[in-house]
Design a protein around this ligand. Structure first.
Ligand code: GDP
Length: 588
């Protein structure tokens, strides 16, 4: 057989794989189905899943190859025109927990806020700007690990400089290494702030040695990494750190075009009563103005209000400026790119196209090899319960997912989490659920009217809850309804056929003697000749001396009218074994 090599870059659609294998899509979908995966033609399969399926198909001549997609550098760093202007650097402060990130940002903020305009910062902000030497520096707050991961996942490599905070009395720790790796993969410049130098156990030299063992060579030792010893708490040497940030920015010649449509990144979003969606954006190119139309992922809107990071209204935002805007129809996701478009019609169209693209792409997350293996372990006749989980915060989504996975499905039901997400239920969720027999569960989120209409039209069930147990109970109930009912049969009696008066296609009239138990209308009967089973019939009526009676008991003779689904050629001497059959709904 001819050898064949199929290259997979990340994932491959069912359609593409079928074509590459020379199979029909139906055939491939059939094989997936046998393995418990309900796939559509556009569904994306990851490398491992594709190889398992090829094994299943017994295609020994096919070799799969992982095609390396080059690490995505910034989508956001576009080619600049010669009209590009200098912009402030975007800086992320990262490092191991307790090494002083928060303290550093607080001290910088207090210092500069006190020096500059008065007014404390009360609300949580995800980005802010400081002025040093009359020049702006944009700081991104990357508070938790989640945000960190999300930035990476979205390829949102908008950070120019990563300040890695390392405590001089603690040295390089796991999250320090993670920060180093992040900075490198993001192609960002690294500046190390060796913190807590006021502490007794602080050892700058040892910390530098530790860092150089992790690939960061200090400038002082002939390397290329600027390391600034500081005390965030005592406000020591912070000006030097800011100097170094600006110097790095100068060397990097950070620029952006401003005469292009505005673009940038969503860095935070939430709903506020009375305001609707409140979204923090970081502009990376162009100038965003109040009144303009923007698209981000599957949502769009018109910039209704725009505030700077201190909450002061402003009319426009230039590159590297973080702003808070209202006006998005729905909440965009953290890490989504936004772009200005010319009018509402274009905005709506682009959002819709994005929603479709997202639906296709996110399908890939469903069919991973671990899902496949899990599904293969379930009995062949297993049923799949598809769900989409939306929650108000990541934590609630995680706990709903974890709790759902804990429901014991007795190996008969496979829970398939089609997608999860933070925020209200949106068009995209309904798209994904439509046609896929999928229930959308929302926890502490709402369903906009247009979305519930769309869901009703597409027959997509949406259920929202405020109490997690109620959600779980409902999911359990849904899964129970997928279980095959339990069939309970009970023997009732037996009759020997002594006469056959009529046999038609679906009815028989016969007479006989009840040998044991009784014969009643409604009973089912197995027709037995010797050892042979001839078929099943239902007792329609029972007669004794040509009069309808409720029953015939053991020892009595009488007549029966039987209903059958196909013709049974009943003969004298056959036995009718009476029984009842009940189906009982099962529970988990
Ligand atoms: P984060 O987890 O990296 O944000 O660390 P924090 O900023 O919360 O700091 C952790 C602890 O270290 C807090 O108790 C701070 O007061 C303390 N800390 C931070 N920077 C310094 C410093 O420069 N000197 C001293 N002595 N303590 C510091």
């Amino acid at each position: 057989m001819e050898e064949k090599t199929i290259q997979i870059a990340g994932s491959i659609t069912v359609d593409e794989l079928a074509t590459a294998l020379g199979l029909s899509v139906t055939e491939l979908i059939g094989t997936l189905f046998k393995n418990g995966i309900v796939a559509t033609i556009n569904q994306r399969l990851d490398y491992e899943t594709a190889s398992i399926i090829i094994d299943e198909l017994g295609l020994k001549n096919v070799k799969l190859e992982k095609k390396n997609t080059s690490t995505r550098t910034s989508d956001l760093r576009r080619e600049l025109s010669d009209k590009a202007v200098t912009r402030p650097p975007v800086v992320a402060v990262m490092g191991h927990v307790d090494h002083g990130k928060t303290t550093l940002l607080d001290t910088l903020l207090n210092k500069k806020t006190v020096e500059g305009e008065a007014g404390g910062i009360t609300q949580h902000i995800s980005a802010y700007q400081l002025k040093h030497d009359d020049r702006l520096i944009t700081f991104l707050d990357t508070p938790g690990h989640e945000a960190f991961v999300a930035i990476r996942q979205h390829g949102a490599m908008l950070t120019d400089i990563v300040v890695i905070v390392v405590a001089a009395d603690d040295g390089v720790k796991p999250q320090t290494v993670e920060a180093i790796n992040f900075a490198k993969s993001a192609n960002a410049k690294i500046i190390v702030a060796i913190n807590k130098i006021d502490r007794e156990g602080a050892d700058i030299q040892r910390t530098m040695a530790d860092l150089s063992n992790h690939g960061l060579q200090p400038e002082e030792w002939g390397g290329d990494i600027t390391m600034v010893p500081i005390s965030a708490k005592m406000n020591q040497n912070l000006d030097k750190l800011l100097d170094m940030i600006l110097l790095t920015a100068d060397i990097e010649e950070l620029k952006a075009d401003i005469d292009i449509p505005a673009e940038g990144l969503v860095i935070e979003s939430h709903m506020e009563t009375g305001k609707g969606s409140v979204v923090n954006l970081l502009v990376t190119g162009g100038e965003l103005k109040v009144g303009e139309f923007i698209v981000a992922g599957s949502t769009y809107g018109k910039v209704r209000t725009m505030l700077d990071w201190k909450g002061k209204p402003r009319g426009k935002a230039t590159p590297s400026t973080p702003v808070t805007i209202t006006g998005f129809k729905e909440l965009p996701n953290f890490g989504d790119r936004f772009a200005e478009v010319k009018d509402e019609k274009t905005a709506r169209k682009m959002a819709l196209l994005n929603a479709q693209a997202i639906a296709n792409e996110s399908a890939s997350a469903n069919v991973t090899s671990s899902d496949l293996l899990r599904m293969m372990n379930v009995a062949d006749n297993s049923k799949v319960f598809n769900v989409i989980i939306k929650g108000d915060v990541l934590g609630s989504v995680t706990s709903v997912v974890d709790s759902l996975k804990l429901i014991d499905t007795k190996g008969e039901i496979t829970l398939n989490i089609v997608s999860t997400g933070v925020g209200d239920i949106n068009e995209n969720d309904v798209y994904m659920a439509a046609g896929g027999n999928t229930v959308i569960y929302g926890f502490n989120v709402s369903v906009p009217i247009n979305i519930s209409k769309m869901a009703a039209r597409d027959g997509v069930p949406i259920r929202t809850y405020r109490v997690i147990y109620e959600l779980l109970d409902d999911a359990k109930y849904e899964m129970e309804s997928l279980l095959d009912a339990e069939i309970i049969e009970e023997d009732k009696g037996e009759m020997k056929v002594l006469g056959v008066f009529r046999t038609e296609k679906t009815s028989i009239i016969a007479g006989g003697e009840v040998l044991k138990g009784d014969a009643k209308p409604g009973f089912l009967a197995r027709v037995i000749r010797g050892k042979e089973y001839l078929g099943e019939a239902e007792v329609a009526s029972v007669q004794k001396e040509k009069i309808d009676v409720k029953e015939l008991t053991a020892g009595e003779t009488g007549g029966l009218a039987l209903k059958t689904t196909s013709k049974i050629d009943l003969q004298i001497g056959d036995r009718l074994k009476f029984f009842t059959r009940e189906s009982k709904k099962r529970t988990l």
